[in-house]
Design a protein around this ligand. Structure first.
Ligand SMILES: NC(=O)c1ccc[n+]([C@@H]2O[C@H](COP(=O)([O-])OP(=O)(O)OC[C@H]3O[C@@H](n4cnc5c(N)ncnc54)[C@H](OP(=O)(O)O)[C@@H]3O)[C@@H](O)[C@H]2O)c1
Length: 244
């Protein structure tokens, strides 16, 4: 295999940082565009970029996924950097928020749902649309959406927790399935997946898995397992699929 370049959004901390670390450590041919809202303030990401083994293999990119103009600007900056002259092999749409989680389904207001959709759905659309030409140039042709079991009607439709967040994850899972239908005929592998219940900022560090554990599982069962036959499957970090 020649080099294989991932672009990971929300790489400043949590799972995005964990995926960046695990992928770089897994194979010297892997390269990562680590996209973050404010890379200069992301000290753990800076430390990863400064590791001797990662020199020339990681590129930090400033990227706020919600702002369409800034996303377009980031594409230009990345192209100008020369880091992706062979395109991007895999896009990992990871940046996410969980906002306004306390409202019951009967009480939630549109703005509470929008507070989740802005990053979790619209941010994903912005990034995909803007970076797709570069992913088309790459040979990997993989797109991963970090969704959640929270978006599974079968698994989370039976409780009242985090309604706005769950709606945003159902929406982005549906969108990812549709993208898979669109891009599958071009040889793409497009996969929404559940990353596990992981101790990160999004859940106030209540998750039961460490970032390292979850990243190791996702590496094995999602990133390394990806192949065109799995296009459009809703995968689980630990193997198998999540019901829609
Ligand atoms: N942890 C879990 O148990 C769990 C379970 C299911 C799904 N997920 C999903 O996993 C993904 C990663 O979450 P996490 O657990 O790693 O949470 P986290 O530690 O809170 O990290 C969230 C990441 O998203 C970034 N982000 C937020 N808004 C952004 C924006 N507008 N533009 C660019 N980046 C933005 C944050 O950047 P800043 O540092 O700049 O804020 C941060 O890097 C999310 O999509 C989440 O929904 C997590």
């Amino acid at each position: 295999m020649s080099t294989f370049t991932y672009l990971i959004t929300g790489a400043s901390r949590g799972l995005g940082l964990g995926y960046s670390k695990a992928l770089l450590a897994s194979d010297p041919r892997i390269r990562v565009v680590a996209a973050a809202r404010n890379p200069s303030a992301a000290s753990d990401l800076q430390a990863l970029a400064n590791e001797e083994a990662n020199k020339g293999r990681i590129h930090l990119l400033q990227l706020d996924v919600e702002d369409k103009d800034k996303v377009a600007q980031a594409v230009k900056e990345l192209e100008a950097s020369g880091f992706v002259e062979n395109g991007i092999d895999a896009l990992v749409l990871n940046a996410g928020v969980a906002a306004e989680s306390k409202y019951k389904p009967s009480e939630i207001e549109p703005e509470h749902v929008l507070a989740n959709l802005g990053v979790n759905l619209f941010g994903v659309l912005n990034v995909t649309k803007a970076f797709l030409p570069l992913v088309r140039q790459g040979k990997g042709k993989q797109i991963f959406t970090v969704s959640s079991v929270c978006g599974s009607v079968e698994e989370f439709g039976k409780n009242t927790v985090a309604t706005g967040y769950c709606i945003s994850k159902s929406a982005v899972t549906m969108w990812t399935a549709k993208l898979a239908a669109e891009l599958g005929p071009e040889g793409f592998t497009v996969i929404p997946f559940h990353p596990g219940y992981v101790s990160t900022g999004i859940n106030g560090h209540s998750g039961t898995l460490t970032v390292e554990e979850a990243a190791a599982e996702a590496l094995k069962n999602v990133f390394q397992a990806a192949k065109p036959e799995l296009n459009g499957s809703f995968l689980r970090y630990s193997g198998g699929t999540v019901p829609w």
